[in-house]
Every structure is written in structure tokens, then in C-alpha cells.
Design a protein around this ligand. Structure first.
Ligand SMILES: Cc1ncc(COP(=O)(O)O)c(C=O)c1O
Length: 418
């Protein structure tokens, strides 16, 4: 059975949603190894090595725990390990995922407060500071922010949120969702004083869905001692106790951990700074193509542009879902749909994970062909001419793909040799 195509089509499917992303062959080959005894001696070695390898990716010297769960599980883990019923949590409504995290907080009997936005920018750091200054009794126990809002393509500046909390002199914990930024966009758990970082396997980490993570500060560990929300599966304490020797308190997702080991090697071999620069460059080229088509990027604040995805607004009266359907049927490419209030208004181009220049050209070419086929008014040449990816307009700022290639040292090819 073909698991990925309702109508078999020639050529490789382009999975250009903002996660799950394309899984590199090297990671697939690693997952393909025989499942081992998760209580045997080899597993402990793998576990210790893997947990150590994750720390530089989160940029932390502290513990990172791994759950056999999607990102939603790690959201819950961040809340139930640190908070108590009735605690106030300050959240920023950057888009659909911030909205879902807030709903979860409500269901867990927390009292979330939402600072609203127009879904066209990241978190409002001055708004956070003002609210925290007004909270003289320190009833707010945590500030929870989505670093990269996958529904809008807006990236919040976590260092500014940190400074806002410090400027207000407020003791709230800082919880950050990096599900669509970790391994794609610069992120610094320790330096930015984040208390719990939430992450998932299926985006910048280039794995299939199924693993999620919490990186935990010392302050969060102390909070966990007094937190009163019920927790069992998500409890950090048995996890950290077992992890000390490389094991897990329950059956881990062994084969996904092999894949994680390979993916972490790939990120560290390429060098995180090179990984981030690659994502920045592809994101900028994508935005230039969007503008050359005469369309609008959903993110309205250039300081908040996302490097892992671009959400593109369609002109009034045109359906983003119909466009996506045409592109899927004609060109065998999946693009992300609009979520919540953006349903049918935007489509989202994922340019994260295991993604190179030629995939970008194919992706943008597919979008442009789809715009024409679906009758969406646009200017041709976002991909090939004028101000487009190959065009002179791109060269000036160094964003033509060929000129960027010559700016970067040639990186070792990533194959499936090991
Ligand atoms: C920013 C963000 N947070 C949370 C989630 C939820 O994660 P999951 O679907 O893996 O449970 C997603 C999923 O795409 C996301 O992009």
C-alpha cells in the first residue's frame, strides 16, 4: 500500500508542510536497525551518549528529557511538572498553537491570561513586562511563549521576553515552545534563562513524529518539587532518575532514538550556525519570491520573520485550500493549510529540516505553477526571473541561490553511508 499518495504519481512527493518534514536517508537507515533490549547494557550507552548530544542542540548544560509522545505531550509535561491548580500563566496569542496551549492550560485547571495579537507578529515583550509589573502579588507563576508560531510564520524574540521578565523584577518561570524552531532557528535555553523548553522530533530535528522533549533549568527543577498538578507519565523525577544511567522508566521509542542519534550527528556535523544560516537564506529567498508574485507574507514585522516557514496570504476571494489541492494533484506537493482564523486565507511553505537549494527551487516552482493553474492573480517570475530567486533583484543582497552557494563553503554531502 502507498501510505502517502492517494493517487500514485511519478517522482518523489514534495512534503513542504512545516512539519513533519522530510526524513533524511541517513536517519531512515538508522531507524531501520534491529530493536534492542531497552534494559540491556548497549541501551544504557546509547542513552547516555544521546542525552549528552542533545544538550548543545538546546544550548543547555542541564537535563533534557525525551518522551515517546508528540509535541503536545511535552507541552503538558512543562505545565504539570512546574505548576499547581489555579496558578496564573501569562501567554501570548501569537496564533493557533498558542491558542491550543492555552486551552490545555485551562483544562488542567490553570488560569491562563492571554495577551492578544493580530496573528501577524510574535509575542509582545513590552506587553508582558507591563502585565508582570502590575502583578505585585506575583500571582503569575509562569510566562509561556511559542518561539516559532507555526500557524503564522512569526518568530518571537525570546531574549526580549527574558529581558521583559527581568525588567519587571518578576519571579515567573519562562516556558518556551520550540517545536518548529529547534534545529532550524537560533535558540539558547541557558543564555536566555528559559526554564522549560518544549520541543518535538518531526520538524527541525528531521525525525518522524513520535518524540518530544523538555529541557529543564535548575529553577524549574525546584518548582517541580512543590508543583501540585497531578502527574504520572509526564513526571520528570522518575525520568531523570532513570536517565542518570542512560535508561528510561518505561519502554522508550527505541528505533526513533537511533534516528535521533543520527539526526543529532547531522546537525552537529553541519554546525548549528551553518544550519541556521541555511534556514535564514531559504526563508529570505522564499519571501522574495512571494513579493515577486505580488502576494503578501502573513508576518507583518520583519523582526519576527520565521526562518522555518512562510505563511502566504491569498488575495481576497481566492481559496488557499483550493490552491493547495491543485498543487497536490498536479505537482505532487503538500503545502501547509491555514489554521484557525487563517483557514483558507493562507497557505504555508515549510522550508525547514533536511532541505537544500534545489528543493527550494522545486517548491517555489510548484507554487508558481499552482498559482497559474488555480487562477490566482500573480506576477510570474517569483522563482525564475525579475526579482525572483534566480533574478537580478536577488543578487544584490546576496540572496540569489547561485551567489549564496559561492558565499558558503561546500559542506560535506549528507548521504546514507553510515
Ligand atoms: C509550535 C507548535 N506547538 C505545538 C505543536 C503540537 O505538536 P504535536 O502536533 O506534535 O503534538 C505544533 C505542531 O505542529 C507546533 O507547530
Amino acid at each position: 500500500m502507498a501510505y502517502f499518495q492517494s493517487k500514485p504519481a511519478a517522482g518523489r512527493h514534495f512534503l513542504q508542510i512545516p512539519g513533519p518534514t522530510n526524513v533524511p536517508d541517513r536517519v531512515l537507515r538508522a531507524i531501520d536497525n534491529p530493536t534492542m533490549d531497552h534494559r540491556g547494557p548497549d541501551f544504557g550507552k546509547l542513552g547516555l551518549e544521546l542525552l549528552a548530544k542533545l544538550r548543545p542542540i538546546f544550548k543547555t548544560a542541564g537535563p533534557v528529557v525525551i518522551y515517546p509522545a508528540s509535541g503536545t505531550g511535552a507541552w503538558e509535561a512543562a505545565l504539570v511538572n512546574t505548576l499547581s491548580p489555579g496558578d496564573r500563566v501569562l501567554m501570548c496569542e501569537t496564533g493557533w498553537f498558542a491558542h491550543l496551549w492555552r486551552e490545555m492550560a485551562e483544562r488542567l485547571s490553570l488560569r491562563p491570561e492571554f495577551i492578544t495579537t493580530d496573528w501577524r507578529r510574535g509575542a509582545d515583550a513590552p506587553g508582558i513586562e507591563a502585565r508582570l509589573r502590575a502583578d505585585k502579588a506575583h500571582e503569575i507563576k509562569a510566562v509561556a511563549v511559542v518561539h516559532n508560531e507555526t500557524s503564522t510564520g512569526c518568530t518571537s524574540r525570546i531574549e526580549e521576553v527574558r529581558r521583559a521578565i527581568d525588567a519587571a523584577g518578576h519571579p515567573a518561570l519562562l516556558l518556551v515552545d520550540t517545536i518548529s524552531s529547534l534545529g532550524s532557528i537560533d535558540y539558547r535555553h541557558d543564555e536566555w534563562g528559559v526554564d522549560v523548553t518544549v520541543a518535538g522530533s518531526q520538524k527541525g530535528l528531521m525525525l518522524p513524529p513520535g518524540l518530544s522533549f523538555n529541557a529543564i533549568s535548575e529553577k524549574a527543577l525546584r518548582a517541580a518539587e512543590g508543583a501540585k498538578l497531578p502527574r504520572s507519565f509526564w513526571d520528570w523525577r522518575p525520568m531523570l532518575a532513570a536517565n542518570a544511567t542512560g535508561y528510561f522508566p518505561y519502554t522508550p521509542a527505541t528505533n526513533l532514538l537511533y534516528g535521533l542519534d543520527a539526526a543529532a550527528d547531522m546537525l552537529l556535523e553541519e554546525g548549528l550556525d551553518n544550519v541556521f544560516a541555511r534556514h535564514d537564506r531559504h526563508a529570505e529567498a522564499t519571501r522574495r519570491a512571494v513579493r515577486a508574485w505580488g502576494l503578501e507574507v502573513q508576518c507583518a514585522d520583519p523582526r519576527h520573520y520565521s526562518s522555518s516557514l512562510t505563511a502566504v496570504r491569498l488575495p481576497e476571494g481566492h481559496s488557499a485550500n483550493a490552491l493547495r489541492q491543485v498543487i497536490l494533484e498536479r505537482h505532487n506537493m503538500s503545502l501547509g493549510n491555514g489554521l484557525g482564523q487563517l483557514n483558507d486565507r493562507v497557505f504555508r511553505i515549510g522550508h525547514l529540516g533536511d532541505f537544500g537549494d534545489l528543493q527550494l527551487v522545486g517548491t517555489l516552482g510548484g507554487v508558481e505553477m499552482g498559482l497559474r493553474a488555480a487562477g490566482v492573480p500573480h506576477q510570474a517570475g517569483g522563482c525564475a526571473g525579475g526579482d525572483g530567486v534566480f533574478g537580478g533583484g536577488m543578487g544584490e543582497g546576496g540572496y540569489s541561490l547561485p551567489s549564496l552557494n559561492s558565499m558558503q563553503p561546500c559542506l560535506p554531502p549528507r548521504g546514507c553511508s553510515d
